[in-house]
Design a protein around this ligand. Structure first.
Ligand code: IPE
Ligand code: IPE
Ligand code: MG
Length: 257
């Protein structure tokens, strides 16, 4: 089943989807090819996921491209990933810009080669005024890093007397975390058959729906993405309330809108 934007109400779609794009290495190994081959094929899936989200009118798509733990991989795999990242940024950004996509990198890019950091800044500057899909690429990102970063920002403000200790609230932390300006995360997808978060959006995923699929990332096409969205739509999100309370709220909002 391929979802059609007109066939489902915009209201029921997730506003913010994040994906742990896992399984590139196994996809290549199954074809007796080097892991790098899987990473290259994975770029096609990224392109298709971006197009799919643009078409559906999803507000934000956040992709886990490189975790803060991925530095532990063999040196040649890390440099292949860096080169691929650089290549994609050079080659794809103009097209993203033409499609009104706003590109944002989340994570600590200070450890990246300076050529890559420059490309990231250029891509951000070029697309920052776009009003279409917000595409966040998580690079050298870790959920714990994000929380620590927000805590340090607030601690600095306490130190200079701008804030009180009691001002360190859930809201204050949220506002100082990556993607604070975007809709809360609705749906977190992991491809590749593992059931873990691997230090991705720990804070932001607090109330996200989790969707795990065996499909390896290079095979994650429009149809597979549609299934994830359909599964999300079929679930009832209660945010700690009872199902009855949610139905009541929905009935009230339908009569007032
Ligand atoms: C995900 O695929 C891509 C990155 C982590 C960069 P993997 O490289 O983890 O592939 P598997 O999990 O080993 O198959
Ligand atoms: C998660 O995949 C990170 C990315 C997709 C970038 P990993 O393959 O690194 O995760 P683990 O090691 O299986 O937890
Ligand atoms: Mg993996």
């Amino acid at each position: 089943m391929v979802l059609n934007a007109d066939a489902i109400s915009q209201q029921s779609l997730p506003k913010h989807v994040a994906i742990i794009m896992d399984g590139n290495g196994r996809w290549a190994q199954a074809r007796k090819r080097p892991r790098a081959y899987g990473h290259k094929k994975g770029v096609d899936s990224v392109r298709s996921a971006v197009q799919f989200c643009s078409k559906l009118g999803i507000e934000s798509l956040t992709l886990f491209a490189f975790s803060s733990e991925n530095w532990r991989r063999p040196e040649d795999e890390v440099s292949t990933l860096m080169e691929l990242f650089l290549f994609v940024l050079s080659k794809e950004v103009k097209k993203l810009h033409k499609n009104n996509v706003k590109l944002n990198i989340i994570g600590d890019i200070s450890r990246f080669p300076s050529s890559l950091q420059d490309k990231v800044h250029d891509a951000h500057a070029l697309t920052c005024k776009n009003t279409g899909l917000q595409l966040n690429i998580a690079a050298n990102y870790g959920g714990r890093w994000d929380i620590i970063n927000a805590a340090q920002t607030l601690a600095e403000k306490v130190k200079v007397g701008e804030l009180q200790v009691t001002d360190i609230t859930e809201e204050a932390l949220t506002n100082n975390m990556s993607m604070a300006d975007q809709s809360p995360l609705d749906l977190l997808i992991r491809t590749g058959g593992d059931y873990r978060i691997s230090n991705f959006l720990l804070w932001q995923a607090a109330y996200a729906e989790l969707y795990f699929t065996e499909t390896l990332w290079p095979d994650f096409n429009e149809e597979a993405f549609s299934e994830a969205i359909a599964c999300y739509i079929s679930r009832e999100r209660r945010f700690g309330c009872t199902g009855e309370q949610i139905k009541q709220l929905l009935a009230e909002s339908n009569t007032t809108s």
